[in-house]
Design a protein around this ligand. Structure first.
Ligand code: SF4
Ligand code: SF4
Length: 377
């Protein structure tokens, strides 16, 4: 890890060099998901300033230019980005103009619930390089998990959205959130998506969140989740559909989802730079500990002490992970378990990560063995 001596003899970290700018545009959404992570008592709307956005973009572009990589610009759910269609169009146009002037490429990414007009979806399909569509499965699951605020089902909308998106230029991944109630249906869910033409299914269990905005019994039992995830994964492999659990990635170096580790700069709509993807605003002051800067008002001002804190706490590591086979590839309980909140001695349940990690490592070993055997025969 690169460290240097800072002012007053403090150790500061040089390695926070964001290559991705993630923008949370505001809290509007037409759905009322069972496991919504948004704060129910969020106060009035604010949005990122154009000047502030441009400054943050230039800050990230500086690092992209040095690394010779395109800048990834992400519009993320806090709660439904495409509600802010007009705003996104303006921001994309500023990004294109600014980055063209700096000689830096642009990769555009958006998450969506799929509940937007045909016109907006059509535009999104032609504009973004990658879209993650939140879709929990067949109507019996989707309409229970992710209904409209008036209780009506969203299945029809989401399926239409997917059909529009797959005709565009973007790569579409479906993000499926699994509750305790839908765990055992994971293979049926994968089968349903295979029939619809989905090629990439990202499976996430409901995570515990800090604000406790939903009943805890929606969180799946770890062993049940791991067992049915692996079955769904095997099913997907037979049909050329990727089925992924982002919490364990044996093929890459992986840790918690903090901005500093993921090389992200996150702008919140109320003028902060967030260090945590769950800290999407700080309207009630409840996320102050998870911020790593602010807008002043049109300049991004990073707080080096907070950046150092994120690095130090995440790299200090939980005691239970120190000797684990999975430690270089595991999100280590994030976001339910967080080194900024819990002490290193905190014991937590990571059976799902261990079961999935072991299965994927064995699978890769077997693939390597077969490839080797093919070479020598
Ligand atoms: S480790 Fe903590 S701060 Fe980092 S992303 Fe996870 S919950 Fe947020
Ligand atoms: S599997 Fe458990 S012990 Fe191992 S790295 Fe992940 S969270 Fe830590």
């Amino acid at each position: 890890m690169m460290k240097r001596e800072g002012a007053m003899g403090k150790t500061v970290h040089d390695e926070y060099q964001p290559l991705c700018l993630m923008v949370y545009l505001g809290g509007r959404c037409r759905l009322s998901c069972l496991y919504c992570y948004g704060s129910k008592d969020r106060p009035q709307e604010q949005t990122v300033s154009m000047m502030g956005f441009k400054h943050s973009l230039e800050l990230v572009a500086h690092h992209c230019r040095i690394k010779k990589v395109p800048l990834t610009l992400v519009f993320h759910g806090d709660n439904e980005p495409l509600v802010y269609y007009d705003r996104i169009r303006s921001l994309v146009s500023v990004a294109r103009e600014t980055l063209a002037g700096l000689g830096v490429g642009l990769v555009l990414v958006c998450t969506t619930s799929g509940v937007a007009s045909r016109k907006v979806m059509g535009w999104a399909s032609k504009t973004f390089d990658h879209i993650t569509l939140s879709w929990d499965g067949p109507p019996l699951i989707q309409d229970v998990n992710r209904p409209f605020k008036n209780g009506k089902g969203t299945s029809g909308f989401v399926e239409k959205a997917f059909n529009i998106l797959k005709q565009g230029r973007c790569r579409v991944a479906v993000r499926t959130t699994i509750t305790q109630n839908s765990c055992k249906d994971l293979v049926d869910i994968a089968d349903y998506f295979k029939e619809k033409g989905v090629t990439r299914m990202v499976v996430c269990p409901v995570y515990p969140n800090r604000d406790e905005t939903f009943p805890r019994d929606l969180i799946p039992d770890p062993e049940l989740f791991a067992t049915f995830f692996l079955k769904a994964r095997n099913f997907g492999m037979q049909y050329g559909m990727e089925v992924i659990y982002p919490g364990v990635r044996p093929r890459e170096k992986h840790a918690q989802y903090c901005s500093v580790l993921q090389k992200n700069l996150i702008m919140t709509s109320d003028g902060f730079l967030s260090g945590c993807f769950l800290a999407t605003h700080n309207a009630m002051g409840h996320n102050t500990g998870f911020l790593m800067g602010h807008m002043d008002p049109d300049r991004a001002v990073l707080d080096q002490d907070k950046i150092d804190l994120f690095f130090d706490r995440t790299q200090g590591g939980f005691e239970q992970c120190q000797a684990c086979f999975n430690k270089a590839h595991c999100a280590k309980g994030c976001p339910g378990v967080c080194p900024l909140v819990h002490s290193y001695s905190h014991q937590f349940d990571c059976r799902a990560e261990k079961i999935i990690g072991r299965a994927l490592i064995l699978e890769h070993q077997e693939q390597a063995r077969m490839a080797y055997q093919g070479q020598v025969e």
